[in-house]
Design a protein around this ligand. Sequence first.
Ligand code: NAD
Length: 489
Amino acid sequence: MAVAMTEHGLFINGESVEPASGELRDVPEPATGEVLARAAMGGEADIDRAVEAARAALDGAWGKTPGTERSRLLHALADAITANRKELAELESRNVGKAISSVKAEVAGATENFRYYASAIATIAGRSNPIGNSLLFYSQKEPVGVAGQIVPWNYPLLMATWKLAPALAAGCAVVLKPDPQTPLSVLRIAELAAEVGFPPGVINIVPGDGPTTGAYLVKHPGVDKVAFTGSTKTGGEVMRLCSDPIKRLTLELGGKSPNLLFADANLADAIPASVWAIFASAGQSCEARSRLLVEKSLYDDVVAQVTELSKQVKVGDPLDAETQMGSLISPSHRAKVHGFVDGARAEGAEITTGGAIGDGPGAFYPPTVIANAGNQMVAAQEEIFGPVVTVIPFEDEADAIRIANDVKYGLMATVWTGDPARGHRIASKIKSGTVGINMPYTAFPGIPFGGYKQSGFGRELALETLDLYLETKSVVTYTGSRPTNPFGL
Ligand code: NAD
């Protein structure tokens, strides 16, 4: 049964539907503390229904839809997102508490991602090798089947589109579970997808709690492949769940990314970019450069400049075009972030700016700089996932590389140096999925994005992502007379 307009249903089999439990939950607006909307929360019966719809789509028309038509649909969805970008950006900004200027770039990135995979479909192809004699072999690519996708709250729209676009390009059908706090933008994307002609059942969106609804989706025997973005701890649990029955799996997990600042760098460029690299998205970013490693001779000067620039970051109403940093996702997350800062204080670090929870509504937290810090401190080892940067000195290049790699994560790193050879030398030695040299930005369609070590495995945003949603089938035969096999048959 369809639900009223002001409330958001689950999106299953091409329409908005009520959950089996009837549960509607308040969706908060973190910058105001008000309720933004009410959204249906799905449970096991809804996942069953969504997986069934996805399987029916694959067994039906979607399974026969050629790449050219899938490409046209992906472009049409990109067009629809562009046409509705204002509404989507505002929805996302209010639901996540994130500055609208950042969200606009995310919506544009989502569009580009659909366009990238619309074109990348042309690369999906098998091959045929000359094997010799009269043996004929060819391989063909087939969609892996029903993909179960789970995304977090920090970039609800962007992370969902990073997962949806390659899966749809490959010809899979999807059941996607957003975080219960941030289901709105991806529900809207699913509606737009239906409007532009994606058949019912190809895209199903079931918001719900992770340990129940999410885990059920991961274990569901009708799900062939799981793609998860979230914390390393949950990623480990998802990996365990994928072992029985065995599932294909990709994991995009946490980070504690270093930003290496050498004395020969262009500091006028490097220091503001380093401030951006942590405080964009209020530090609630997997690739946030949350450890600023600084050559010792510069340390005091850099701490002073970063502190000053951090004080100037415009924090406030996410919908104000001038705002650079909005609120955090929730008061409870803010309390967790603040706990790390208090912990650093207790370990002897100095908080040169920020580090206090103000009055007033909304889950705001100021840009915070932790100085006099060592890499073994908890604040340097654990993902804080908030607007907090830990500034750590290093002696020389070897020491910088040692410290950069001395965490369990390996998602992203940035190196600032005036010596191009040093930049490339360091890039080859850093254990992370992406290294930027004098360039703070990270994620563009076409550039593989993903982790080393406990930041996960598999790459998104790239051609190789398609392979994660495809099976390779080898077909072999003889075109001449078949030789006698060892059994003489
Ligand atoms: P989280 O792990 O708590 O939750 C992520 C998603 O998993 C949510 O949808 C949640 O409902 C679901 N979930 C929770 N428990 C589950 C379970 N047992 N089984 C199945 N699903 C479950 O993470 P979060 O706090 O929402 O997100 C922040 C984390 O995501 C950070 O660690 C961040 O670095 C990471 N992240 C990584 C990338 C990347 O590309 N590597 C991108 C964005 C965010």
